[in-house]
Each structure stands twice: as structure tokens, then as C-alpha cells.
Ligand binder design. Structure first.
Ligand code: PBG
Length: 324
């Protein structure tokens, strides 16, 4: 046999495999997304997201403390308000459930755990869209930016270290940066959901935030068929001042993650969204796959593709496992 190259040599033992492993997950890679339900007196399970709940103040603080202790990189907060209206007015109140949640987490974990408040209107509007509507029922881009600006100032004053701009309105990064800087809030960083696709993978999230959405978000989120459009969105967001950019969802878009990571000089994040996680949970519950191996494989693939920061509902669980 004239075989000089034998890649199997480097796979022979677990220790050798570990030695040559190219991609390593670490707890600080992870963003833990959490939901906080206004008025909840105990954590409310989200049926379509096994293991995930809508938090109370108390359970939120516990989750933040646990995440920080496990070395998780940051916490991202979605607020679920008790009342909604057409303009999402509750989103710009100083005592919105989201602003309160930011304060609660800061009380619990201070500067040990960076907080990212979700800056979007979909949880706060009665129609469930990410912005306010024009007279013809379309989502009004520029009118929405004015609301995002107010929301940004409220959330920054509440102590959010970063803001997660997930609404996919044109010009949102620049508008929010300007509004923050005008108030002297120059230290609040912006994580831009730069390439966010109109995906079927968000299904369970809609239950998590009790979304009122009828229809879809195709006039503002991206077409899954497009890649160049993602590069353009990323370029614009960085030019407008994004400190971190994100691709979302993850698994159906690993090619996008790889292409974006080749082009940018800011940190790149990717979001393993609700549907991606629930598919694994459901398949595992049905005895079809090994849950823990599948989770590690997915998270590793996202990092290997080029995302150094990964938003995942499994953040604390996996961080604890990595420490062992
Ligand atoms: C909307 C938003 C969505 C998610 C995060 N922010 C849903 C949507 O765009 O319809 C989805 C996250 C997930 O599915 O885990 N601001």
C-alpha cells in the first residue's frame, strides 16, 4: 500500500482529536436570550420551546445569576407586556417591562453579565409588526425610526450595555446611534441584526412573546433566497455604526455567516433561533436523535462558519457542560 497521507492518524485517540480540534466553544461565546412577562407571578412554560419560560422578576434574576456563574457571555432580554396598542406606546415608557427587566438584571449581576435589550416594536404592538403602520397598512419605516430612537434612550438610561436592533428598518442603526449620542449615551453599544431573514424558524418565538402578528414580515426581513442582499445589509449597518452584526437564523444560513465573516472587521454573531432549537428538542423527545450531541454539533458548526458570538437558548446548559 502506497498511502503516505493518512488523516486517520490524527483521529486515533480522544486526546489526539482534542489536540487538533479547530473549533472550540467556550461559555463566553454565548448570548442567553430570555423572556420576561409583565405581571407573571411564577415562571410560565413556553409549550413550543421545551425548557424555556417567560420569567418573573425573581426567576429572571436567578437566570441571570446562573448564567453569569456559568461564564455565559451576555444576556438578551425580550419583554412581554400586559397591554399593547397600535403604536407600541408602552415600549417608550420608562417603566416598560423591558426597561424594568434591564434594571432587575443589573441589580442581580451588575457588570458581570452584559445586558442586551431587544430594540423592536413587535412585542409591543397590537398588530405584531416590528414598526408602526402607515395609513395603507404597510410598515412605516421612517415613523418607526422615531419610536426606536425614543425606545433606545429609555433602554440605555435603564442601564442596557447593548441594544439589539432586530426590526430590520432601513437606517435604524444610524438613527439610534444619533439619538443616543445626542443624549451623551455614547457608551451604549449596538448589536445590529444586520442580516435577518423572513424565516419559518421563528414560529415558537411567536408563542414566547404572545405575538399578535397576522401575515408575515416579508416587506422588511430578507428573502431566504438572497445572499448579496445580506452583504449589503451588513455593509450599511457597519457604516451606520453597528458595533456587532448578527446573522439570523443560523443553520439554514451558514453560508451567509461564512461570507459575512470574511468581509467584516467587527464581531459577528449568529442566532440559533427558537424553531432551530425546538426541532432538536422535538426530535430528541421522539427518540430520533441524541439531544446533547446534536446541540454541541449545531453550536460548533455555527462557530466554525465564522460566528464568534452565538445566541442560544441552551447557553447556560452548554456553558456548564463545557466547564466540566
Ligand atoms: C422580532 C424578533 C423575532 C425573533 C427575535 N426578534 C421574531 C420575528 O422576527 O418574527 C425570533 C427569535 C427566535 O425565533 O428565537 N423582533
Amino acid at each position: 500500500m502506497d498511502i503516505r497521507e493518512r488523516p486517520r492518524r490524527l483521529r486515533r485517540t480522544a486526546a489526539i482529536r482534542r489536540m487538533v480540534q479547530e473549533t472550540r466553544l467556550s461559555p463566553s461565546d454565548f448570548i442567553l436570550p430570555v423572556f420576561v412577562r409583565e405581571g407573571a407571578t411564577q415562571p410560565i412554560p413556553i409549550v413550543s420551546m421545551p425548557g424555556v419560560v417567560q420569567h418573573t422578576e425573581y426567576s429572571l434574576k436567578q437566570a441571570a445569576t446562573d448564567a453569569a456563574a456559568a461564564g455565559v457571555g451576555s444576556l438578551m432580554i425580550f419583554g412581554v407586556p400586559a397591554v399593547r396598542d397600535a403604536c407600541g406606546d408602552v415600549a417608550i415608557a420608562d417603566d416598560s417591562i423591558l426597561a424594568q427587566s434591564v434594571r432587575w438584571v443589573k441589580e442581580a449581576t451588575g457588570d458581570d453579565l452584559p445586558v442586551i435589550a431587544d430594540l423592536c416594536l413587535d412585542e409591543f404592538t397590537s398588530h405584531g409588526h416590528c414598526g408602526v403602520l402607515a395609513a395603507d397598512g404597510s410598515v412605516d419605516n421612517d415613523a418607526t425610526l422615531a419610536v426606536y430612537q425614543q425606545m433606545a434612550v429609555v433602554l440605555a438610561h435603564a442601564g442596557s450595555d447593548l441594544l439589539g436592533l432586530s426590526g430590520m428598518m432601513d437606517g435604524q442603526v444610524g438613527a439610534v446611534r444619533d439619538a443616543l449620542d445626542a443624549q451623551g449615551l455614547t457608551d451604549t453599544a449596538l448589536l445590529a441584526y444586520a442580516a435577518k431573514y423572513a424565516s419559518a424558524m421563528y414560529g415558537p418565538f411567536r408563542e414566547a412573546v404572545e405575538s399578535q402578528l397576522q401575515g408575515d414580515r416579508k416587506t422588511y426581513q430578507q428573502d431566504p433566497a438572497n445572499a448579496l442582499e445580506a452583504l449589503r445589509e451588513v455593509r450599511l449597518d457597519i457604516a451606520e455604526g453597528a458595533d456587532i452584526v448578527m446573522v439570523k437564523p443560523s443553520l439554514p444560513y451558514l453560508d451567509i455567516i461564512a461570507r459575512v465573516s470574511d468581509e467584516i472587521d467587527v464581531p459577528l454573531a449568529a442566532y440559533v433561533v427558537s424553531g432551530e432549537s425546538s426541532m432538536i428538542e422535538a426530535a430528541a423527545a421522539a427518540g430520533m436523535i441524541d439531544r446533547d450531541r446534536a446541540i454541541l454539533e449545531v453550536l460548533t458548526s455555527v462557530k466554525r462558519a465564522g460566528a464568534g458570538i452565538i445566541a442560544t437558548y441552551w447557553a447556560t446548559e452548554v456553558a456548564l457542560k463545557l466547564a466540566r
